[in-house]
Design a protein around this ligand. Structure first.
Ligand code: IMP
Ligand code: MG
Length: 187
């Protein structure tokens, strides 16, 4: 895995959450979910693509016979603010009737994406729907939405790494950092 002196880190203003902090919180969250979903049919639904790195780590921290699914939505494009319009790009591939669904997301920002997804999944016969997010940016909320599980609350800054992107890049950084504004102002 790349180190923090790797070339890519030169595009960051600062590191906000280190890989060590992430490891610790994801392990704690996995243990919490394991306890909460004991005796339940748990389905983790990862939201592509931002959640994939978090999803892969969280999945391996859950000691249950958990099933997995993925959905994809779009609302951003090459911008650092949401367009407010959420489009379903990839739907579930299986029936979720009677399953306890846990949506796995990278970040709750305006809340529009998860509010749309929760409503959509509630029409599909799930026994319960909850949300686990790596990051929460509460200052920017536009709809009333609270994640059931989260690892870190962060300030209103555009962050990348550990799955989060800017213009599809920086998902491969193992830490979470604030992108240097010159990267998007130069565009
Ligand atoms: P929301 O619908 O505004 O809550 O936005 C959710 C989506 O926006 C997330 O799934 C991310 O893909 C993206 N997003 C929001 N804030 C950031 C950020 O700081 N960095 C990278 N992506 C972000
Ligand atoms: Mg994204």
């Amino acid at each position: 895995m790349i180190k923090t002196d790797a070339r890519l880190y030169g595009d960051l203003k600062s590191i906000l959450v280190t890989r060590e902090q992430i490891d610790k919180e994801v392990a704690k969250l996995g243990a919490q979910i394991t306890a909460d979903y004991e005796d339940k049919d748990l389905l983790l639904v990862g939201i592509l693509k931002g959640s994939v790195v978090f999803f892969a780590d969280l999945l391996r921290a859950i000691d249950l016979p958990v099933k997995t699914e993925f959905m994809a939505v779009s609302s951003y494009g090459a911008a650092t603010k949401t367009s407010g319009v959420v489009n379903l790009v990839k739907d579930l591939a299986t029936d979720i009737t009677g399953m306890h669904v846990l949506i796995v997301e990278d970040i709750v920002d305006s809340g529009m994406t998860l509010s749309y997804l929760s409503k959509y999944l509630s029409t599909r016969g799930a026994a319960s729907i909850k949300i686990a997010t790596l990051l929460d940016k509460p200052e920017r909320r536009r709809v009333d939405l609270k994640a059931d599980y989260f690892c870190f609350t962060i300030p209103d800054e555009f962050v990348v790494g550990y799955g989060l992107d800017y213009d599809e890049k920086y998902r491969n950084l193992p830490d979470i950092g604030v992108l240097d504004p010159r990267i998007y102002n130069d565009k």
